[in-house]
Design a protein. Sequence first.
Length: 194
Amino acid sequence: LYRVFHSDVLPRLAQIADEGRRYLYFLAWLNRELIDRGLGRIILTGGFAVEVYTGRVYRTMDVDIIVEGTGAREAIELFLKRFSESIGRGYLPKYELLQLKSIDIVSTVYTKPAQPTKIVVGELYLYVETVEELIVTYLAGWKFWGATEDRDKALWLYTVWKDRIDLGYLEERAREESVYGYLEELRKMVAQSI
């Protein structure tokens, strides 16, 4: 895996000027490798998913991923350890092309009811937690922990995607997670800003 990364993927990453696209390509390549080896898949979640969905209105310093599958986490960790510094729950690559964000494995199980969105990255693809699920997650952070950064992430996602999200599903999930009132507050904030 590392030899292919070093000989084929690193040169390709060097041709990608946009930092976000570079990370997406890297993760999509890792995802393909897991799938091709029958190990599992990678699902992008958290702040970098917000960064991707909002066109980088929101910026983050880490890339949260869920690595599903038997042995998949171990395979990714062994791979990342070859060229990264271990920091907390993640890995900060030593290659300059990938030094701006740590890669954090936050789970080995995707637990949300909605299947993740499949996004195409060049000739590859990657899974990303849905906009609706991310909004509900960040509404919960706002409600239960008073996290204004989570409120802002939910606000940016809702503002950018309000005409394309599954509103019925979003409302249902907000009720299930006891954050429907916060969804209503979010809608008011968006309406007042227009």
